[in-house]
Design a protein. Structure first.
Length: 97
């Protein structure tokens, strides 16, 4: 299920990165986007070592908390991204449209 979610999410995030990033640093930002997979897998391994240390309830509460924090960060980044995308669509709108 996680791999399926990553397969759907990764190309969309990469396309959004390519659309929003300034041309001067586009390739670097695409690399940063791909590097987030590394950070996510590193975090997954760090959290996974607590599977046998914590009780199952505590472990899954930890996983839910990480997901809630990540969702909140995505939600907060949604506001500036909407403004950037709206500005870019107005700038690239064809004349007479």
């Amino acid at each position: 299920m996680i791999t399926l979610g990553e397969l759907y999410f990764s190309p969309i995030g990469l396309a959004l990165t390519a659309r929003v990033a300034p041309p001067q640093i586009l390739s670097m930002m695409m690399g940063v986007w791909l590097m987030t997979s590394f950070v996510g897998n590193l975090l997954q391994g760090f959290i996974g070592k607590y599977f046998n240390v914590l009780s199952k309830e505590e472990f899954f509460l930890l996983c839910a908390s990480v997901g809630l924090v990540a969702g909140t960060v995505f939600w907060l980044f949604n506001f500036p991204l909407k403004a950037i995308l709206a500005h870019r669509s107005q700038v690239t709108k064809p004349a007479g449209g």
